[in-house]
Design a protein around this ligand. Structure first.
Ligand code: FPP
Length: 222
């Protein structure tokens, strides 16, 4: 959800003001994805590198997460299943509890599956998976090297049980992946859009989906 800072700067506002509007855009787009029948949506809300931002910006983001999580019950009537991906242990205890509550409350919902990536990094996710796999080898749960394949490894990722990524939309005019779902996006289609996240609309999403529908996906075949 990139471009919040620039959106605010263009208006002479603090960066946190951009995140605040960005949070509204996130809720609007989540609702829309659910309405149009998208099954999985992952939003990148806070990376493992974002802790390096000025303290007041990090604090403002934590307040926004708290606000959203307390409010998340409002999503209950929309049937959205919420899951957090990333290393949550770095957050304050109250945020961790709110995350757990949110996941628990929405666990049986059958609408959109929403992954919110918080303190997430693709490389960290792979290392975390490798360490858990190591534990399972050490405990004898995995007995032979031949059991390790792509399917098994995927099951150690935060997105265990979910399909691979089909489409990645990066707003704000940047042409980078920035450590986002690097395992899951091996065959993803990319749509880069020159629109700052707070300005992102349902129409922009439709445009990205139209672009995706035109792509000829061969998955390495012919
Ligand atoms: C990147 O834009 C955005 C972020 C690091 C924060 C994204 C978080 C939200 C939109 C808050 C809502 C999320 C939830 C779950 C309530 P940037 O600040 O790097 O923008 P810039 O590149 O223009 O500086």
């Amino acid at each position: 959800m990139d471009g919040n800072g620039r959106w605010a700067k263009l208006r002479g506002l603090p960066r946190s003001a951009g995140h605040k509007i960005g949070a509204k855009t996130f809720q609007k787009i989540t609702r829309y994805c659910n309405q149009v029948g998208i099954k999985y949506l992952t939003v990148y809300a806070f990376s493992t590198e974002n802790w390096a931002r000025p303290k007041e910006e990090v604090d403002a983001l934590m307040s926004l997460f708290r606000e959203y999580l307390k409010d998340a019950h409002n999503f209950a009537d929309e049937n959205v299943k919420v899951q957090f991906i990333g290393d949550r242990s770095a957050f304050d205890d109250d945020i961790i509890s709110l995350m757990e509550e949110c996941e628990k409350e929405s666990a049986d919902f059958t609408g959109l599956h929403l992954n919110i990536a918080l303190n997430y990094g693709g490389r960290d996710e792979i290392i975390h998976a490798a360490k858990t796999l190591y534990d399972d080898i050490a405990s004898g749960k995995i007995k032979d090297k031949s059991e390790i394949n792509k399917k098994l490894f995927s099951s150690y990722l935060y997105t265990s049980g979910q399909p691979d990524v089909d489409l990645i939309i990066r707003p704000s005019g940047e042409y980078r992946l920035s450590n986002f779902m690097i395992w899951q996006s091996a065959y993803a289609e990319y749509v880069f859009m020159d629109i700052l996240w707070p300005d992102f609309t349902e129409k922009a999403l439709d445009k990205a989906l139209d672009e995706f529908a035109k792509r000829n996906r061969r998955f390495g075949g012919v």
